[in-house]
Design a binder for this molecule. Sequence first.
Ligand code: GLY
Length: 334
Amino acid sequence: MSDIVVVGGGIVGLSIAFRLVRGGADVTVLDGGDEGAWQVAAGMLAPGGESAYEHPALARLLERSAELWPGFARELGVDVGYDDTGTLSLAMTADDIAQAARVWTRQQLPLLRPSELRELEPALSPRVRAGVLAPHERQVDPRKVVAALRESLGSRIVPKRVQSLSDVDARTVVVAAGTGTAALTGLPVRPVKGQVLRLRGEPGLLRHVLDAAVDGREVYIVPRADGEIVVGATQEERTDRLVTAGAVHDLLRSAIELVPALAELELTETTVGHRPGTPDNAPLLGRLDDRVVVAAGHHRNGVLLAPVTADLIAGLLLTGDTDPMLADFSPRRF
Ligand code: GLY
C-alpha cells in the first residue's frame, strides 16, 4: 500500500493526488465508483456570482482558486474546456433586477443596457432588462478535467469501495469522498440535490456563460465550444435521484425565456447530482487526527475549489506546513 491513500476519485480527490504525485509522493486513489457531483456539474468558475460574501474567508478561497485555474488547466496538458469569455449575469423583471443588484454592486461591475447585452450575446431574449459582464467568471468542462486527471494518474487509481477508514492500510488517509465523507468520518456533510440538463445544438449559438434571474427563478446556461449547452440547476435538500417533471419544466422554461432559440435544441441528458453541503456550506479542509486529513464539503464549488484544495492539502502533507488559509476550514470546527 502507498504512503498516502486518497479515498474518493472525484475531481477533488484526483486533483489532490495529482498535486501530491507532482510533489514526489507515493499515492493511491481508492475510487468507489459512485457518481460524483462533477459528472453533473456545469463547471462554472464563478467566485463572485457563487460567492458567500457573508463568509469572507470562503470568498478569499474562491478567488484564490479562480486565479489558479488557468495554470492548473495548462498543467493538465490537454483541452479541458477552460474558457475565459466571461459570464453575463442577467435579470428579466424589475424584481429580478432588484435582487441581482446587490451582487452587481458588490462586484462593482457597470450595468449594461439591453442593447449592449444583445450586442455581446445576440441570441438573448428582448425581455432581458439589465445585466453585467463578469469577465473573471469563467468555465471548464468537469468531465474533461476528470478524464485528464485519470489519464495522468493511471494505475494509481484503484477501484475499491471503502466502508471504514480502519480498513485502509496507509500512513496517511485523505478523505475526499464528497457526500460519502459523512459515513466515513461522522462529519456533518449532507447531500444537496441538483438537477441539471444538457442540450445539443450547433456551436456558436452562445458565447458567454449566462447566470440569470428569470421571473424570480435562478437559472444558469453554460455553452461549450462543441455545441453542448448545460442548463442548471435546482437546489433541493433531498437525497433521492429522481429527475422530476417540475424541475425539468422550470429549468427549460427559464432557459427558453432567456434564450428563445434553445427551444429548437435536442435535450440530450437529464441528470441528478448531490453537492456535499456542510452546516456553513464552506468546505472541510485539514487534519481530523494524526492519520486522517479531510478535503470535502465543497457544496456548490467543488470544481472551482479543486486547484486550491489540491495545493493546500498537498502542501500540508508534503511539507507539514499548515497554510494560514486552512485556519477557517478546519474539519473539527463543528
Ligand atoms: N455551482 C453551481 C451549482 O452548484 O449548481
